[in-house]
Design a protein around this ligand. Structure first.
Ligand code: PLP
Length: 437
């Protein structure tokens, strides 16, 4: 008899096949990456680094980790790489731990402007609690407010400035960040988690000439296993030749124990895949699809933050349709077979928990082989979903909200119009495997 866990995994695979995934931070991995993740490498402890392990029997694990590091160095043309972080959040913590002392000042983009929790979100996070965090924001056009950022930097003299985003539909101007960092003598960390694949494909400017340290998760547009990598640039090493060693130490013994060797192997395989011309074509199609999806959504009458996108993601601003609609639309899209996430929009008028936006991205659907025609169909379905639920505005009174959402879910779960869209979505989705070259 199979374990119920295996049944759930089969059902999850079916769910992914039948639905259309629009979460910009997710991706499907190749069968080759998948294969190494369930290999015997999982059984091995390898605390330390190649040639300097605390455990015997790591001759081959050493070769794998060296190969992974060399491939990333080659891909990005950087002199130092660490592939051991368990994921993006511990990687950012390690970099902060390596570059700063407790109480030092760091600057990052506020969560509400599309930044990440680990970039100094106040009070509840490691980066916001142990350091003096100053958050910069967006201007009235939803773009990074460089004027204000510079003023804040001059006033607070941060030791570290972080550039990196989770919900920002525009190009990141690394050169402008560098100028400000240089003015105040700060380290510049580029967290490129979302856009790594686009950078490799030449679809987004690279931070390598500008940043001192670069962090990327490996499971988003890079299409590798869940993990992260830290790079130090030539510029970073020129400023401090011991920077690589400091980051190694911050990972272990600073924050982690043994590396996840199967993940390391998966990063090496994904790096080899990212060197292929087909990966460049993938990155280009992610962008083409994002343009097509954005345009079709706008043609359907939906408003996008910043009027469109310059990368792989976009944010629908639902405020023209009503108050606090993000939660309702995300839930109804899921009922209709398309999964995305609710998201704050810049200068959010409702609340972070019940925000007014939907974040959409094209990495998943592009990995499945979908193109512009499918983006057009998807936009049409999303517009229909919005139309169906737009009258379910969030109550103004906060205390009524959770009951309202509960009742909304009950009502909408079996809405015939949404279930009809779902049938259409399934028909389309089933034509596309999860991963194609
Ligand atoms: C820009 C950025 N940095 C860091 C992270 C954290 O990565 P993880 O979820 O792997 O900890 C994310 C994840 O969403 C991200 O988008």
């Amino acid at each position: 008899m199979t374990d119920v866990i295996n049944q759930y995994i089969e059902q999850e695979e079916q769910r992914q096949l039948e639905m259309i995934g629009l979460i910009p931070s997710e991706n499907h991995i190749s069968p080759e990456v998948s294969e190494v993740l369930s290999s015997t490498l999982n059984s091995k402890y390898a605390e330390g680094y190649p040639g300097r392990r605390y455990y015997e029997g790591n001759q081959l694990v050493d070769k794998i980790e060296n190969e992974a590091r060399d491939r990333i160095k080659e891909l990005f043309k950087v002199p130092y790489v660490n592939v051991q972080p368990y994921s993006g959040s511990p990687a950012n913590s390690a970099i902060e731990f390596a570059l700063l002392e407790p109480g030092d000042t760091l600057m990052g983009l506020a969560l509400s402007g599309g930044g990440h929790l680990t970039h100094g979100h106040p009070r509840v996070t490691f980066s916001g609690k142990y350091f003096n965090s100053v958050q910069y924001q967006l201007d009235e056009n939803a773009r990074i407010d460089f004027k204000k950022l510079r003023e804040l930097a001059l006033e607070h003299k941060p030791k570290l400035i972080i550039v990196g985003t989770t919900a920002y539909p525009f190009i990141l101007e690394f050169d402008k960040f560098r100028e400000i960092a240089d003015e105040v003598g700060a380290w510049l960390l580029a967290d490129i988690s979302h856009i790594t694949g686009l950078i490799i494909a030449g679809e987004h400017p690279s931070p390598v000439p500008y940043a001192d340290v670069i962090m990327s998760t490996t499971h988003k547009t890079f299409r590798g296993p869940r993990g992260a990598m830290i790079m130090v640039t030539d510029r970073g090493l020129e400023r401090d030749s011991t920077l690589g060693g400091k980051i190694d130490m911050a990972i272990i013994p600073g924050l982690q124990g043994g590396p996840h060797n199967a993940t390391t192997a998966g990063i090496a395989i994904a790096a080899a895949e990212a060197m292929k011309p087909e990966f460049k074509a993938y990155g280009q199609q992610v962008m083409t699809n994002a343009q097509a999806l954005a345009k079709s959504l706008q043609d359907e009458g939906l408003k996008l933050v910043g009027d469109g996108t310059e990368n792989h993601l976009m944010l629908i601003d639902l405020t023209p349709q009503g108050f606090g609609l993000g939660t309702q639309v995300a839930f109804a899209m899921d009922v209709a077979g398309m999964y995305a996430n609710r998201n704050s929009i810049p200068h959010e008028p409702c609340s972070p928990f019940y925000p007014s936006g939907i974040r959409l991205g094209t990495p998943l659907v592009t990995t499945r082989g979908m193109k512009e025609a499918e983006m057009n169909q998807i936009a049409g379905w999303i517009a229909q979903v919005v139309e169906i639920v737009k009258d379910y505005e969030l109550p103004q009174d906060r205390k009524d909200r959770s009951k309202f959402i509960k009742e909304f879910r009950e009502n909408v779960r079996n809405d015939q119009r949404l279930l009809e869209i779902r049938e259409e979505v399934i028909k389309l989705a089933k034509k596309f495997p999860l991963f194609v070259w």
